[in-house]
Design a protein around this ligand. Structure first.
Ligand code: G3I
Length: 399
């Protein structure tokens, strides 16, 4: 990965660094905060809640901003820990990280990058798109890592863990794969080459890989994509073995959604995990995506995580967001705070739940409105980078 340091050098100039003063959008106060308490010129340290003050653009006389509730009061109680920032709180609680997904187009937004780079908040990054098959091997045998390297360099420069996402998925496949006609031997070679090359490129730089993404339909049957149709269930082990050979130290995951409650789909994932482990396949973890709806967070999340950890696997919450029908109201945001708190508590209650990743931290760059018309406000920060009550729900659960 020779281009990584060069890429980081380029990115580094985007990040504001002023010794002794917090950068624009940076933290400048709050209970337990021991960093800078003054802000760079043109910004003012603004109390957002007792635990978090932020350098926001404006002068000292400017009115403190409110959250998207239009001024609703966070309801969380004081955390017992002295750590502040979600990643600091998570690590103080024994987790490996609290992290966020990101995507390359957002990295031109310097205010966004500055907050994403705050390791008190985020100790881990997942590239939302740039390590997927269509991005990395658009035609057979031709690999492009430019965008993935930018995200990897950002994480490495910040000292943040990196989750690789993903090797084998039915979606965002180039047409030479999705529409190809392969013998079993040929597709085995395609998968082995793809996973081996991509995982190998990032060898030593990745905490964990979503080697296989979303193998099941919601009723627990196998998704009938080119991989399953050609190789049956064996493609999963083929991909895992290629990944393990390419980077023996990366934790290898299968990642899916709607496996966060007990039922047909989580049972199917459990059965797959058991059969892979019995066959000696290199499987280390299960990713529970956790794309939820306000007021509808599954109550059996902790139980499901414990079912996987009972097999000796680790689990992670890999793509958390909790969407609502817009417009956001105080009541919806309060429910969202409770929902985020409950999700994070479930991870806290399971020792083998290693970390939590939000599928981007700000509503400005959430995937939700583009996919679910009329829905959004799914992230812990609003589109103006102000924290929402959801943030306090997460912090309360981690404390
Ligand atoms: O790259 C093209 C660009 O060339 C084109 O101009 C543009 C026009 O729409 O589209 C671009 O592709 C988009 C791609 O993101 C890259 O930005 C696709 O339209 C868009 O559908 C795609 O969405 C991604 C989605 O996965 C695809 O399924 C989201 O950004 C990404 O956040 C989302 O992430 C998934 C996880 O990988 C798996 N779990 C669910 C999660 C949310 O859907």
């Amino acid at each position: 990965m020779t281009k990584l340091s060069t890429t980081f050098a380029t990115l580094a100039v985007l990040l504001p660094v002023v010794l002794g003063q917090a950068a624009e959008w940076g933290q400048c106060g709050g209970i337990g905060w021991s960093g800078a308490t003054t802000c760079v010129s043109g910004t003012v340290c603004t109390v957002l809640n007792p635990y978090y003050s932020q350098c926001l653009p404006g002068s000292a006389s400017s009115t403190p901003p409110t959250t998207t509730t239009g001024g609703s009061t966070p309801t969380s109680t004081a955390p017992a820990s002295t750590a502040t920032g979600l990643n600091k709180l998570a690590q103080a609680a024994g987790k490996k990280y609290f992290g966020s997904a990101t995507d390359n187009p957002e990295l031109t937004d310097t205010a966004y990058v500055a907050i994403l780079s705050e390791t008190s908040e985020f100790g881990q990054i997942t590239p939302g798109n740039s390590m997927k098959w269509d991005a990395t091997e658009p035609s057979r045998g031709t690999f492009t890592f430019t965008n993935g390297d930018v995200v990897a360099s950002l994480a490495e420069g910040n000292g943040q863990l990196l989750r690789g996402h993903n090797c084998v998925w039915y979606n965002q496949l180039p047409s030479w794969v999705s529409g190809g006609t392969f013998t079993a031997a040929d597709l085995t070679d395609v998968i082995t080459t793809h996973c081996g090359t991509v995982v190998g490129h990032y060898k030593g730089h990745i905490y964990s890989w979503d080697v296989v993404n979303e193998p099941f339909n919601d009723d627990g049957t196998w998704r009938t994509d080119v991989f399953y149709n050609t190789l049956g269930t064996s493609y999963v082990q083929i991909a895992l073995e290629a990944a393990r050979a390419a980077d023996p130290n990366a934790k290898l995951y299968i990642n899916d959604y709607n496996i966060e409650s007990t039922g047909a789909k989580s049972n199917a994932m459990l059965a797959l995990a058991k059969s892979l482990l019995a066959a000696g396949a290199p499987l280390d973890g299960i990713g529970l995506q956790c794309h939820f709806i306000v007021g509808q967070v599954p109550t059996s999340l902790q139980t499901v995580m414990q079912q996987f950890t009972a097999l000796g696997l680790e689990v992670a919450i890999t793509e958390l967001d909790i969407r609502m029908t817009l417009p956001a109201t105080d009541a919806l945001l309060a429910q969202q705070e409770t929902d985020y708190e409950n999700v994070v508590k479930a991870c806290m209650n399971v020792e083998g739940c290693v970390g939590i990743t939000v599928w981007d931290w700000t509503d400005k760059y959430s995937w939700v409105p583009g996919t679910f018309s009329g829905q959004g406000a799914a992230c812990p920060w609003d589109e103006n980078f102000n924290i929402k009550p959801a943030y306090n729900g997460i912090a309360a659960a981690l404390a």
